[in-house]
Design a protein around this ligand. Structure first.
Ligand SMILES: *[C@@H]1O[C@H](CO)[C@@H](O)[C@H](O)[C@H]1NC(C)=O
Length: 455
C-alpha cells in the first residue's frame, strides 16, 4: 500500500526535475538568438516549472504557482495565488470549496460550473473567453461538457483566512480526496446526520476514483441541460448574488490596430470584480509587435501567458546596483550569463539613493507568469513567428489608470514647451522629433521588424 502510494510521487519528482532541467536548457540555448541580453527576470518572472501539482491524473490536473514571497512582491501580490486547471473531455470535478475568492478565466473549451451557496444552486454554461467570480466558501462542481476537447481554466485566488495560502475542502470523498466530515467523531457524525456511522461511510467515503472523474455522455447531457449563460437558479427566489458571467473576448476590444488587440473587464461590467478590487484583461499581440512602454498608476498586474511566446522588459529601481548594471555599459557584450543578476541584486545601503534602474527581462511563453508592480514601466514583445496572447489580473485596481509613455498618446507629449527645454536639455526641434516620431499608439511595430526609421 505504502509503496503503491509512493511510486507516483517519485515519478512526479523525476518528471518535475526533468522539466526544470529542460526548461533551463532551452533557456540557455535560446539565448544565442537575436534577442540579445536576456535574463531570468527574477523575482518578477515565473517559469512554468514554478507551478506545483496539487492533483494530477489522466482526467486532468490542478496546479498552483508558488507563493509570491519575495520582499519586492509580497506587499503588492503576496495574498494572491495563480492556478491552472485542465480537465479532459467529459471530466467531472468533485464538489469542493476554497477558503479563497476566485476569479476564473476560461482559456479553452467549454464546461458547466455549478455553485451551491445560500441554499441554492446556480449553474453556468461557460466557454472560452469567459470570466466568472466564485465567492469564497461556495461549493463548486464542474464538468468539461465537450466530448473531445480539453477544458482549461486560469484562476486567481485571493485567500480569505491565511495570507497567501488557501485550501480545498471536499465534503464528499473516499481515499483521496478525503471527506472533511470523516475527521468528526462517530458520535457527532451520527447525531448530526441522524444515521449510523457505517451507513454514513458507505455513502460519503465511497468515491474511489479521485477528485477528477469521467462522466458518461448521458450525465454530461443532463448537466448541460441544467446550466445557462445567465446562471439558472434552482431552489427558488431571486438570483443569489447576481453572479454574472462576463465574456472578455466577445466585447469590442478597448484598443485595436494591426499590431494587437486589448480587451478588458472592469468593475462596471462585473460587480463582483469591483467588490474584489480586481480587473481582468487580455492583450493579444500580433507576431513581431510590441506594447508601447507603459505603467499602471495603482494596480499591480499578474500576467499569465496564454498562447505564443516573446519576452518582456521592465525598468526596476529596487534591483539597481548603480550604473554598472545599466544596459548602456553592457551593450556589445553579447549574451550575458544566466542568473548573474541575482548577485547584482544587493541593495545599496545608506548614502544617497542610487537613481539607476535595473533592466528586468525574460523570455516568456505559454504558462509563464510575470508580476508588474504599480508604477514600473514595462513592455511586452511578441516573437517573430507567433502571436503573443497574455491574460492579466490587475489587483488593487481601484483608481488605476494605464499611462502610455510612448506613441501618439504618449504622456511626454503633454509637457509645456518651457519645461521640455529645461528637462531635456536638447534643442526643441530634436526633442519634438524624437517624442513625436512614433505615430502608432498602444500596440507598435516590434524591435525586430526591421522597419525602424533610421536616426
Ligand atoms: C490571438 O489572436 C490570434 C489571431 O487573431 C487568434 O488566432 C488567437 O486565438 C488569439 N488568442 C487569444 C487567446 O485570444
Amino acid at each position: 500500500m505504502g509503496a503503491m502510494k509512493r511510486s507516483p510521487l517519485v515519478l512526479l519528482l523525476l518528471l518535475s526535475l526533468l522539466c526544470s532541467s529542460l526548461a533551463l536548457a532551452s533557456y540557455s540555448y535560446g539565448d544565442a538568438g537575436g534577442e540579445g541580453r536576456s535574463g531570468s527576470g527574477r523575482p518578477y518572472h515565473f517559469g512554468e516549472e514554478r507551478f506545483r501539482q496539487w492533483a494530477q491524473s489522466r482526467q486532468g490536473r490542478f496546479r498552483v504557482l508558488e507563493r509570491f514571497t519575495h520582499e519586492l512582491l509580497e506587499d503588492a501580490v503576496g495574498n494572491y495565488r495563480v492556478a491552472e486547471l485542465e480537465a479532459a473531455p467529459r471530466a467531472f470535478l468533485q464538489p469542493s470549496h476554497y477558503d479563497a475568492d476566485e476569479v476564473m478565466f476560461v482559456k479553452e473549451g467549454e464546461g458547466v460550473v455549478a455553485l451551491l451557496a445560500r441554499g441554492k444552486r446556480e449553474s453556468f454554461c461557460v466557454k472560452e473567453g469567459d470570466v466568472l467570480v466564485i465567492p469564497a466558501g461556495a461549493v463548486v462542481y464542474s464538468a468539461n461538457t465537450h466530448g473531445s476537447k480539453w477544458f482549461r481554466v486560469v484562476m486567481l485566488l485571493n485567500p480569505v483566512s491565511t495570507k497567501g495560502r488557501f485550501e480545498e475542502f471536499f465534503p464528499i470523498g473516499g481515499e483521496s480526496p478525503e471527506s472533511f466530515f470523516s475527521v468528526f467523531s462517530d458520535d457527532v457524525l451520527q447525531a448530526a446526520f441522524n444515521t449510523r456511522r457505517e451507513e454514513w461511510e458507505q455513502v460519503f467515503e465511497k468515491q474511489s476514483k479521485g477528485e477528477i472523474t469521467t462522466a458518461s455522455e448521458e450525465q454530461i447531457r443532463e448537466l448541460s441541460r441544467s446550466c445557462s449563460r445567465t446562471g439558472r437558479s434552482h431552489g427558488g427566489g431571486e438570483s443569489m448574488w447576481d453572479i454574472k458571467l462576463c465574456s472578455l473576448t466577445s466585447k469590442r476590444p478597448l484598443h485595436s490596430n494591426n499590431h494587437g488587440r486589448h480587451y478588458e473587464i472592469t468593475g462596471d461590467d462585473c460587480p463582483q470584480l469591483r467588490a474584489l478590487d480586481i480587473e481582468v484583461g487580455l492583450t493579444n499581440l500580433s507576431r513581431g509587435s510590441m506594447t508601447a512602454p507603459s505603467y499602471s498608476t495603482h494596480a499591480d498586474k499578474l500576467f499569465v501567458v496564454l498562447d505564443g511566446s516573446g519576452y518582456f522588459e521592465m525598468a526596476c529601481p529596487h534591483l539597481s546596483s548603480g550604473r554598472s548594471s545599466s544596459p548602456r555599459r553592457e551593450r556589445g557584450h553579447g549574451s550575458r550569463e544566466w542568473g548573474k543578476e541575482e548577485e547584482e541584486e544587493a541593495e545599496q545601503e545608506g548614502g544617497q539613493k542610487s537613481r539607476g534602474y535595473k533592466q528586468v527581462k525574460s523570455r516568456i511563453r505559454e504558462g509563464s507568469v510575470i508580476v508588474i508592480p504599480a508604477g514600473h514601466p514595462m513592455t511586452l514583445v511578441a516573437g517573430e513567428d507567433n502571436n503573443l496572447a497574455v491574460l492579466y489580473f490587475s489587483v488593487n485596481a481601484r483608481h488605476d489608470e494605464k499611462v502610455f509613455l510612448v506613441g501618439s498618446n504618449g504622456l511626454l507629449r503633454q509637457m509645456d514647451e518651457a519645461a521640455k527645454a529645461l528637462a531635456f536639455g536638447a534643442e526643441k526641434e530634436k526633442v519634438d522629433r524624437v517624442i513625436g516620431a512614433q505615430s502608432d499608439a498602444v500596440f507598435l511595430r516590434g524591435p525586430n521588424s526591421r522597419r525602424v526609421s533610421s536616426a
